[in-house]
Design a protein around this ligand. Structure first.
Ligand SMILES: *Cc1c(COP(=O)(O)O)cnc(C)c1O
Length: 402
């Protein structure tokens, strides 16, 4: 197949905004990079960032930390997970999710996904009953939100604590209520490929005073927790400061300075992402044999990545299709590969997790193609990307040798 070639780089993010660069330079000039290293009367960039993100979320408290995976780890610990506890999570997610459960001493209990790439609520209820688990680390994987009312009804009825992994839903909502406000705690990532970019970083938000105090001490506050501004009153820490171990994983002022101006762009960027997403969606959704997951009316998503299932192709054809797209500059990832590649991996390659049978999820992963939607590409670029995907899909069906 010949035709136009796309030359953009799928891992190229937009530059850090100038005002963010300037405040990062100011932090460096001050020399006070550590979050607790403040001048007399000063509130650190990190503490200000926490106030602003808590406000954005409408949450009482916010803790920033070293990564999204780290936020999940201490959220689980602070919610009460202890060694050997079963913790429910999606069988289709990225590896930091089962990794965080393992880090907290928990045992991942994997739940099936539906074709719309959300957690299978029937399987969830079945596994709540069979495992006796009291915790669900719900991954809003690739930004797809499950019916949050139905999910909350199930976890509430069974007294299961919900912790949301919002790595792909920062800026998203369900029926007007923000993703990350449904559970006892929510975790976010500020890593380069998520919705704000500080290289590495993460947030934990909650309305639970004790949970936040336990998380603050765990994050490595020493006895300096009074310097947090989006955290509970110091009186909350009387016992917690002595009972909680320090798992050192703080955010620093340099990254906080880079993030604060980016928070202001979050909603505007969501709309920019979604215009790009919808161009791909209309290019692919009309094609017979390619299935694009539904986006319910209740959901406001952030289209920072795009997925479809190549249901009509076998594994060999999908591989040929992906390499044909690749040769024209379009980087699709496939979750069907037996070996983990780049950010994709399947539950079967998490060997530290006990083997679990997930036939529905496996069938989906076998067909699942995924593409990043960087903001650094224009809407015209996405027209071309959509055309290339469509053309190569048609070509692969005509190719008898594939
Ligand atoms: C990136 C990611 C995380 C973890 O974020 P890090 O900041 O990279 O640790 C968690 N869950 C999902 C689904 C992710 O994609």
């Amino acid at each position: 197949m010949t035709g136009k070639i796309f030359t953009g780089n799928f891992t190229q993010q937009e530059p850090i905004p100038e005002d963010a660069i300037n405040s990062a330079i100011e932090v460096m000039r001050s020399g006070r990079l550590h979050r607790y290293n403040v001048a007399e009367g000063e509130v650190s960039e990190t503490a200000l960032l926490e106030i602003e993100f808590a406000e954005y979320m409408g949450s009482a408290y916010c803790l920033s930390c070293a990564s999204g995976g780290y936020a999940m780890h201490i959220a689980l610990r602070a919610a009460g997970v202890s060694s050997g506890d079963p913790v429910l999570t999606n069988g289709f997610t990225l590896s930091p999710v089962p990794g965080a459960i393992d880090n907290a001493g928990g045992k991942p209990v994997l739940v099936e996904s539906t074709e719309d790439l959300v957690i299978d609520l029937e399987d969830l209820e079945r596994k709540i009953l069979s495992s006796g688990s009291k915790f669900l680390l719900l991954s809003h994987m690739r930004g797809h939100l499950v019916d949050m009312d139905a999910l909350c009804e199930i976890v509430d009825r069974h007294n299961v604590a919900l912790i949301e992994d919002c790595a792909h839903t920062m800026g998203a909502s369900w029926k007007g209520r923000k993703s990350g406000t449904y559970g006892v705690a929510a975790c976010f990532s500020t890593q380069t490929y998520k919705h704000v970019n500080s290289g590495e970083g993460g947030f934990l938000t909650t309305n639970d005073k004790e949970l936040m105090a336990r998380a603050v001490i765990r994050s490595g506050s020493y006895m300096l927790f009074g310097r947090h501004a989006a955290a509970p009153d110091v009186s909350t820490y009387t016992d917690i400061k002595l009972d909680s171990p320090n798992y050192s994983g703080r955010m620093d002022n340099l990254r906080a300075a880079i993030l604060r101006p980016q928070l202001k762009l979050l909603d505007e960027n969501r709309d920019r992402w979604n215009r790009r997403y919808q161009i791909l969606e209309s290019a692919v959704s009309g094609i017979n044999g390619l299935f694009v997951p539904a986006r319910p009316d209740e959901e406001v998503y952030v289209g920072s990545s795009f997925q479809f299932l190549a249901t009509a192709l076998n594994a060999k054809q999908i591989q040929s299709f992906i390499s044909a797209c690749q040769s024209r500059g379009v980087e699709l990832k496939w979750f069907g590969s037996a070996d983990p590649v780049a950010y994709t991996s399947r539950h079967t390659s998490w060997r530290y997790v006990s083997e679990q049978s997930l036939p529905r999820t496996d069938k989906i992963l076998d067909k699942l193609c995924d593409i990043r939607v960087p903001l650094s590409f224009s809407e015209d670029d996405y027209q071309l990307i959509g055309e290339i995907i469509a053309e190569e899909y048609v070509a692969i069906q005509l190719d008898e040798t594939a």
